[in-house]
Design a protein around this ligand. Structure first.
Ligand code: BMA
Length: 393
């Protein structure tokens, strides 16, 4: 019932504000799909950005899930399957994937999925009208280790960022890593040659010190230079379909100066994000309430900054591992999201091979009925609510 009335409402919104055209996506594919905006990016990429900015302010927030269509609880590699869809009947509006190990020239990602499959799912989701975001848990080019800092090998003492910047001893190697990412982004095309716009979100959670690009492992200037090197190189390699997201963690404690301390600049970043998780391993109500409060403070700050800088804004990663309270979706997450003009909320993956490591419900999970309520909420947008993401307003 709700979906019918909601679509009517969305249509009205489209008529009133022209924010979201309900014409099918194909019309975008055939007409000005590969025309370019002044920025040098494709027009649909710029349209996506404009629509992201408008979304939060008007209709609501898209729901996203990492690796949603690749695997879930009790399955891996099935076709057209999604735990989210199995629970509520619709795909997430936003799908997220990770490029970790692409830099090595591997054919399979750090989470065991082939990059060919990831590419196929990206194109398929674009053709369904949905949005795609990409993270990158790349290895450490200095030590050969993972993206995560290994304390026992003394990695905390090393400055890998310095080593990959110009003049550093891993600079050349790092350029080849960036070129592999560029090649992948450039390969994201439909059969008709339409480039698929994506939101790229490298160097995330840099305010913590668990990745080699983290707070205590490089200076602010080096971190900003890393961003500039990345975006310059991707552009040089012909990438015209990427938007860029900045997504610190919550370590700033709600202080906007601290949030912006390592901001690479308005000319580089398109979307201000936030990675903020609910840590309550045994379902402790106080810990859950504390998360809601922190999320509220943080989103208030990030949304204000996004307005000041004319950027899109999103909750780029969140979730409650194992979702230990059955009403978490409508009692904890939703009331906070409703207060802030974000364009999307993304929850992390449902690992098929790591028991308990899941952030979206699956059929039979105790929070599944509550997730359906969240799905039925007018402000939460799933795939069928977002036609027109790549079209001009
Ligand atoms: C982390 C965990 C890891 C995974 C990584 C990249 O948060 O989910 O198991 O390898 O993200 O997807």
């Amino acid at each position: 019932m709700k979906k019918l009335s909601f679509i009517a409402w969305l249509t009205m919104k489209a008529i009133c504000t022209c924010a979201f055209c309900i014409t099918p996506l194909v019309s975008c594919n055939t007409k000005n799909a590969n025309t370019f905006a002044d920025s040098g990016r494709t027009q649909p990429t710029e349209n996506l950005l404009a629509n992201l900015k408008a979304l939060g302010d008007s209709v609501g927030y898209m729901f996203g899930h990492h690796d949603d269509v690749l695997y879930g609880i009790g399955w891996v590699g099935d076709s057209a399957r999604s735990d989210v869809k199995s629970v509520c009947g619709d795909y997430p509006a936003l799908l997220s994937f990770d490029l970790g190990h692409l830099e090595l020239g591997d054919t399979v990602s750090l989470d065991g999925v082939s990059f060919n499959r990831i590419r196929e799912e990206i194109v398929r989701h674009f053709e369904r009208g949905g949005m795609i975001t990409l993270s990158w848990h790349l290895n450490n080019p200095l030590t050969g280790g993972t993206a995560w800092i290994n304390d026992s090998t003394g990695e905390h003492q090393l400055n890998t960022v310095e080593a990959v910047l110009e003049g550093g001893k891993q600079h050349e190697r790092f350029l080849t890593w960036l070129d592999r990412v560029a090649e992948f982004l450039n390969s994201l095309q439909t059969a008709d040659g339409v480039r698929v716009p994506v939101l790229f979100r490298p160097w995330h959670e840099h305010t913590g010190s668990w990745f080699w690009w983290g707070q205590e492992l490089c200076s602010a200037e080096q971190y900003k230079a890393l961003w500039k090197l990345t975006t310059d190189r991707l552009k040089e390699q012909g990438v015209v379909n990427a938007l860029y997201a900045y997504s610190p963690g919550t370590e700033n404690g709600g202080n906007p100066q601290k949030y912006m301390e390592r901001y690479p600049g308005d000319n580089i970043i398109d979307l201000l994000g936030l990675d903020c998780y609910c840590f309550a391993p045994s379902g402790d109500a106080d810990a859950v309430a504390k998360y809601a409060q922190m999320l509220d403070t943080q989103l208030g700050m990030v949304c204000k900054l996004a307005k000041q800088h004319s950027k899109a804004v999103a909750l780029t990663e969140t979730g409650y591992e194992g979702i230990k309270t059955a009403k978490w979706w409508t009692h904890t997450l939703m009331p906070v999201l409703d207060k802030h003009p974000i364009s999307y909320v993304l929850v992390w993956r449902n690992a098929h091979d790591k028991p308990g490591h899941f952030f979206a419900p699956y059929p039979g999970h105790s929070s599944a009925p509550d997730f359906v309520e969240f799905y039925n909420h007018p402000k939460s947008l799933f795939l069928h609510n977002v036609n027109g993401l790549y079209q001009a307003k």
